[in-house]
Design a protein. Sequence first.
Length: 385
Amino acid sequence: MYNKLLSAIFILSIFIFSCGGDEQPQLPPPAVQVYVTTTTDVPIFREFIGETLGFVTIDIAARVEGYLVGRHFEEGSFVKKGQLLYTIESQPFEENVAEKQSQLAAAKVGLANAQSDLSRIKPLAAENAISQIDLDAAQSKYEASIEAVKAAEANLNAANIQLSYTKIHSPINGIIGKTEASEGDLVGSGPATVVLNTVSDINTILVQFFITESEYLQAARRIISETEKHQAGEAKEERNDLQLILSDGSVYGSKGKFDFIDRNVDPTTGAILIQASFPNPNQLLRPGLFARVRAEVDVVKNGILIPQRCVMELQGKFSVLVVGEDNKVENRQVQMGSTVKEFWLIKEGLKPGEKVIYEGLQMVKEGQILNPEIVDIKIPDLESI
């Protein structure tokens, strides 16, 4: 009897516990990392492809015809203004100078004789010892002799100038290149004139590039706005904020500035020429380099930046997952702007202070309740991008 009672109690206990097992313990909402949106002024940069030029570039060519007989510098070196670069055979020009000197001497002798004759005739004419015609002839001869001396001096000066052209000097301080002629070559004026070399001042490097009409209009409106602010009494900001990106991807250490915008838009290409300048104290940059100029073209006031990994793209449409105040997930379509390093600029669709899911986008779904954990992601220094 006692055993039957124990068996009944055991069976009843099993029944009671089995009935209470339908109530499962409630699991907490899953944790998810979120990024909280903030606003900041976002500079918009654009890159333009350009080519470097010397600040001053001058071609070196012979100004007289002759045989090249000497080179007096090291190719690719720095030369100073006035430094002797080349010499051309000078003998024909020296002979011409000697001839012109002889002609000048003869003209001076003629002038001395004419002056002597005039000095002798004048007193006689005053006493009516000779006719007025003889006096006029002597006076004319004297004046003609003066002009003959002047002409001879001019011819001698021209001959000396021609002789000086047989020595070619550097017109500026700068870097000189490779000589395009060999010693013994005939150089000088004519249809086949040879440019012997080129000298470039590269203490400052110019960069020329093209922009489109729309880019020009955007830049021009910004310049006009800054000019109007300056005229209204605000201090005009000196802008040296252009960056130069070299062909190896490195960013040049010194920033540059705009020099000028060309006069007209090319109607065949719809582009306009822009020139910028960069200091080059170490002479790292040389003319002819391929380079990209990065310029700030706009500033978005109170822009919202979010990490790129927060954004989902499907068939050209972009969306993010936002955790609302009730911790419920909402799929929100957004309009994208420019990329800023690893961030997207959001034009429309988000407000400051909203929680955007940062990690595990594929593991959650719209309407799900989550436990948001804020992740601290620093926005990069926008001025140094």
